[in-house]
Design a binder for this molecule. Structure first.
Ligand SMILES: NC(=O)c1ccc[n+]([C@@H]2O[C@H](COP(=O)([O-])OP(=O)(O)OC[C@H]3O[C@@H](n4cnc5c(N)ncnc54)[C@H](OP(=O)(O)O)[C@@H]3O)[C@@H](O)[C@H]2O)c1
Length: 327
């Protein structure tokens, strides 16, 4: 089979290093691996590609892909590849969900505690050599995860990894998800669907967005949802920026109608320098790094290799994407 590896990005960390493609060549000598390091290198190779290991496939490239049978993404979010021609085609898609769920869950705990314990204030004061003890103990009070209530919007691999950690630290954990009939992960008390979101929002101290980006979840946190949150509640987004209305969020944060936010993902990345989110005192901005791990490409290549072995032996693939549902 012809396998196209096309994982490139202007962000250096999101380019698969050559040595991983070499590893695949050594492990699968019966397949022919071609490595596209730039977008313009894809089109000449896509026509006779059988399998694509890629996070990006454009409509025109897909139209030229006459032999394509399977696309495996090194990312979890695959929405950009789910144009109607792809969804309607027999091409199978798999992704890398769960690969970094533990890392992301630790990040979520970190930023929740940072906001609960007013760490942004301490950092800013430290830069000015200012002893901010009175400011730190002023209202609203510092909080702990123990005794708090967390709401997970999305209960997939990241949601489940967050649930067990919040529960272990003494929080009560609620969640909303699409498929209410799925087994409930450890640590989750109450589960509902997105149409029950408002009452769940009204009792949460921390709201964590971990749902996949689909037509249904786009803008799932807008003005009404922000207004339903408690005035000291914090919002953490580690999923995709388009799930949250950023302008309404910035407004809610400046007006004090919610307590703070920790954002790893944005509607447009990199975040525009003019965004008020950069400078609001109750906001932590991280540059889409919550899921990164030192052995990222080892883990991503391991998963693809595991799936390629399954493909070769006609076993069911891991992490199949439901193309119609969007994740
Ligand atoms: N910040 C980063 O670096 C980073 C890294 C990895 C992933 N991500 C993002 O995080 C997302 C989640 O990753 P994951 O590994 O947890 O994916 P996952 O295991 O596929 O989970 C996706 C979750 O979204 C839920 N969902 C889908 N539609 C919904 C709806 N209408 N209402 C409520 N929940 C809905 C699903 O509900 P059911 O379980 O009921 O189906 C599922 O729990 C990815 O799609 C990706 O965009 C970000």
């Amino acid at each position: 089979m012809n396998v196209l590896v096309a994982i490139y990005s202007p962000v250096a960390a999101w380019n698969i290093p050559d040595r991983h493609v070499e590893r695949l060549r050594r492990e699968f000598p019966h397949h022919s691996f071609r490595h596209a390091r730039r977008e313009d290198e894809v089109m000449p190779l896509i026509g006779d590609t059988d399998i694509a290991f890629t996070s990006e496939l454009r409509r025109a490239q897909f139209a030229a892909a006459r032999r394509l049978r399977w696309v495996h993404s090194p990312a979890a979010g695959v929405g950009a590849m789910l144009f109607p021609e792809m969804v309607d085609s027999p091409v199978v898609m798999s992704n890398s969900r769960a690969m970094s769920a533990g890392h992301i869950a630790e990040h979520v705990i970190l930023v929740t505690l940072a906001l609960f314990r007013k760490l942004p204030l301490a950092f800013r004061s430290q830069l000015r050599k200012y002893w901010a003890q009175d400011d730190a103990v002023a209202a609203p009070p510092m909080r702990t995860i123990r005794g708090s209530r967390a709401l997970l919007v999305g209960l997939g691999s990241i949601g489940a990894a967050c649930a067990s950690r919040f529960a272990a630290l003494g929080a009560t954990v609620d969640a909303v998800r699409r498929r209410i009939d799925q087994p409930r992960p450890d640590g989750v008390t109450d589960v509902g669907t997105a149409d029950q979101l408002l009452p769940f929002l009204g009792r949460a101290d921390v709201v964590i967005i971990t749902a996949a980006q689909t037509a249904e979840t786009r803008g799932i946190i807008g003005e009404t949802q922000l207004a339903a949150m408690k005035s000291d509640a914090i919002l953490v987004n580690v999923s995709r920026g388009k799930l949250v209305d950023e302008a309404k969020l910035a407004h809610a944060l400046s007006a004090g109608s919610i307590g703070g936010a920790a954002l790893d993902v944005f509607e447009h990345e990199p975040l525009d320098a003019a965004s008020p989110l950069w400078t609001l005192p109750n906001v932590i901005v991280t540059p889409h790094t919550s899921g990164f791990r030192a052995d990222h490409w080892d883990a991503a290549t391991d998963l693809f290799a595991q799936n390629l072995r399954r493909f070769d032996s006609r076993q069911p693939l891991l992490n199949l994407v439901d193309k119609a549902a969007g994740y």
